[in-house]
Write a protein that binds this ligand. Sequence first.
Ligand code: PLP
Length: 416
Amino acid sequence: MSSNYETLNKHGLDIRKIRAEFPILHQQVNGKPLVYFDNAATTQKPLRVIEALTDYYSGYNANIHRGIHTLAEKATSAFEESRRAVKEFMNAPEAEEIIFTYGTTDGINLIASTFGRANIGEGDEIIISSMEHHSNIVPWQMLCEETGAKLKIIPINDRGEIVFEAFEKMLSERTRLVSIVHISNSLGTINPVKAVIQKAHEYGAKVLIDGAQASAHIEIDMQDLDCDFYVFSMHKLFGPTGTGILYGKRPLLEAMPPFRGGGEMIKEVTFEKTTYNDIPYKFEAGTPNIGDVVAIKRALEFVEAYGKENISKYEDELLQYANERLQTIPSVKLIGTAQNKISVVSFIMEGIHHFDIGMMMDARGVALRTGHHCTQPLMDLFNIEGTVRASLSLYNTFEEIDIMVEGLKNIAERFK
Ligand code: PLP
């Protein structure tokens, strides 16, 4: 591979400068420099996000929307600035269509409990794919149990791509919702969601996109995609844990019943009757996670400072390099070889359990994910219990991939 200095300056990205923004990366783990390859589980946080939290709690912590004192106004305005920043980030038509949640799981459960209960009944159909995270399976199973609706599963091929023709055949006038992952967390497959949305709309079905893995790696544009709902978690996008985004088209959000009841989501309450607030507040009952939401703006600024296109190109090269290098180890078998994929490389090694690999790599300072990655049905399809997963981010380097591959080679030798 080219020298470290070259690899640190790619696609207009100065990786050394980017890494300098992440204090956590500069440490030794088990006596070795940390190689953090678990970005699909959660990304690390740049200093500007950490500082936003300190600034909020040391400068203007106050409850929002209801207070008229200076700190409350400052906190409210920072909170709402984050909403506008998210609107811009995902090119949503209106800021009111952005609802703050606790994460992807929370957003999907919100849609299942509100849109789902109001619009999906006995004999209706919900379509998901074979590569969904448990959080995009279980809420629909629960809804189906409650309503008598049916769950249909789009099959995948050996490379881990959805079989589009099979999806087309599944659609019918009974299809109410298609809920599909944008990028698979276990395989890295980028699904053709725009085509899925167009097709589903021909049948009058609504579409929810799980963007948990997409938001940090590729452009997400609500007006271009034309999806009905889009959800993601901020902690996978350099932001704080416990915050997430639900985008929904205004007419749908307005027609949906509320999710949780309580303060903030009401216009007027009497013991006889309650009228609900306008969107987005109708879906934001109680005191939200103010400090963390305020920090969202800084996380999005971080991504925008470097540019999604540059990030995607660099991560693509990292992925190609990881794929090539891993294939020099004869006992490695890649799981998920879609033509259109990004940032995730999943693999198994003949004769060695994935947990053992994870532990031996941790001893070398390399943080990899092992197991089923909350996609047990997908693992069943591949006839495996789990994989080792390296998931990459823009602060990772080619040199770190070399460290991983050398470690794996060593392990492979020992287990021959
Ligand atoms: N969907 C996908 C594709 C994911 O990768 C994840 C998390 O790994 C989730 C949903 C759930 O996200 P969260 O746990 O942040 O709610």
